[in-house]
Design a protein around this ligand. Structure first.
Ligand code: UDX
Length: 441
């Protein structure tokens, strides 16, 4: 009989994982402690913007016309315990307020609620990003006869559905052959399609996730450090990235210089990794991550400086600044640790009149930065602006008509903080175009 799967926590990770498991043919029960989320998901609606996710849910949520009916949601732990053979824990581990370490309280609470309701023979699978050593500690909290595996998730927001259905690799940290066998059953379809299946111990599985994110963050901060040097030396970081990226050992991906990385993962993961290394007595091994973090944070300040120069040098007082982009990356409505909103907030604090527009992130941005002004379109944001900042690389912004914007802007100055706009198009329409790490003309 096919395995029955539960998913604990229905954020980006959990909601996508639950829908993907139903797509792979399993019966799935998802749980969240927030009843409103369960209500939404049960009617096939997604509490965040993630391309393709709503369609996948509609295809499987029970009660929706034409659906497979394989996916249901609940708030009852008893129901979860009675239903599942394999329980995926997908709750988040945000950065603790004022500390580098991550907050394990949601993971700990999920395990505490699961432990008393689990059937003997069940497998609990941790997916949350946790400090190395957590799996071992959590395994000891589970009842006799219940096994634990750690199975980190590498999905990117904006590509969550595709990344989950067609992962680059599946990594499982296990202690028993049975756990490995069950997870091979869960991932049989992607593995049959050629996805590598890497079996490790607990600490290695936990570290694969944090080291992969540290490497990605390092790549971005490396190219941003090169952008700083290019700015001083008159070089062009976009050309430099292209040229070094042809070396297959380096690779062309994740070398886009700009205002740097944000979001709910990379910044907090490298900080939590440093905190954990300190506890393990190997903090020196990760001191470079402190530099990666500060290069990244410095980019935001440098964007503010570029904008100040663009409006005349001394101050933002009386100046209108249009900010295109609020989310930390395109194709997402996530504004957590967003460089765009950070820059917008800094400029406002320095007296600038900032108007923000984003295709999908307005609601979340308003909640986080209620004092910023928001416009209903890019053209409205740019109306009357002394400078336009491009801070999230949505396709919509690449397709804007510089002529149309030029007609409503107060002065035609655009700063590309993502190296994604076409300088020629903007310059031909009479704009002064500057991009981070690239020469002015
Ligand atoms: C990341 C990892 O990619 C993913 O594997 C992991 O599971 C979770 O963390 P995500 O946070 O969704 O995913 O975003 P990602 O696409 O990695 O981008 C992170 C940030 O880096 C964004 O702010 C993006 O704009 C920035 N970035 C990315 C750059 O500044 N330059 C680049 O070249 C690439």
């Amino acid at each position: 009989m096919a395995l029955k799967i539960t998913v604990i926590g229905t954020g980006y990770l959990g909601a996508t994982h639950a829908a993907a498991m139903a797509e792979l043919g399993f019966e799935v029960l998802g749980l969240d402690v927030v009843p409103e989320k369960i209500e939404m998901l049960s009617s096939g609606r997604v509490p965040m913007f993630e391309p393709g996710l709503e369609e996948l849910l509609a295809k499987h949520v029970a009660g929706i016309e034409g659906s497979s009916g394989r996916l249901r949601f609940t708030t009852s732990w008893e129901e979860i315990g009675a239903f599942g053979d394999v329980h995926f824990v997908c709750v988040n581990t945000p950065q603790k307020h004022g500390e580098y370490a991550c907050d394990m309280s949601y993971v700990d609470a999920a395990f505490a609620s699961l432990a008393p309701v689990l059937r003997s023979g069940a497998l609990v699978v941790g997916k949350s990003t946790v400090p190395v050593g957590s799996a071992e500690r959590l395994a000891a909290t589970l009842p006799e006869g219940v096994d634990l595996a750690w199975n980190p998730e590498f999905l990117r927001e904006g590509f969550a559905v595709d990344d989950t259905l067609h992962p680059d690799r599946v990594v499982v940290g296990v202690r028993s052959e049975r756990a490995e066998k069950l997870l091979r059953e869960v991932y049989a379809v992607p593995v049959a399609e050629g996805t590598p299946f890497v079996v490790t111990d607990y600490p290695t599985a936990e570290l694969v996730k944090t080291s992969a994110n540290s490497f990605l963050a390092t790549k971005i901060s490396f190219i941003n450090a090169m952008a700083e040097v290019c700015e001083a030396a008159g070089g062009d970081v976009a050309k430099l990235a292209e040229a070094i990226g042809y070396d297959e050992r380096i690779g062309a991906k994740f070398l886009r210089a700009g205002v740097g990385f944000g979001g709910g993962c990379l910044p907090k993961d490298i900080r939590a990794f440093m905190a954990r290394a300190g506890e393990l007595g190997v903090d020196q091994a990760l001191t470079f991550l402190r530099e990666i973090d500060s290069i990244n944070m410095r980019r935001r300040g440098q964007m503010v400086e570029m904008a100040r120069e663009a409006v005349g040098g001394d101050s933002f007082l009386g100046k209108r600044v249009a900010v295109l982009g609020a989310t930390f990356k395109p194709d997402s409505d996530d504004v957590r640790d967003s460089p765009a909103l950070n820059v917008a907030g800094q400029i406002q604090l320095q007296g600038g009149q900032v108007t923000v527009y984003d295709p999908k992130g307005m609601e979340n941005a308003r909640r986080l930065f209620p004092t910023l002004a928001y416009a209903a379109s890019a053209v409205e944001a740019v109306r009357g602006a002394d400078v336009v900042l491009h801070l999230t690389e949505w396709r919509e912004f690449r397709e804007l008509d510089p002529e149309e914007l030029g007609a409503v802007a107060s002065s035609r100055v655009v700063l590309d903080g993502r190296n994604a706009l076409d300088p020629t198009r903007w310059r031909e329409a009479g704009w002064t175009f500057r991009a981070m790490g690239r020469p002015s003309a």
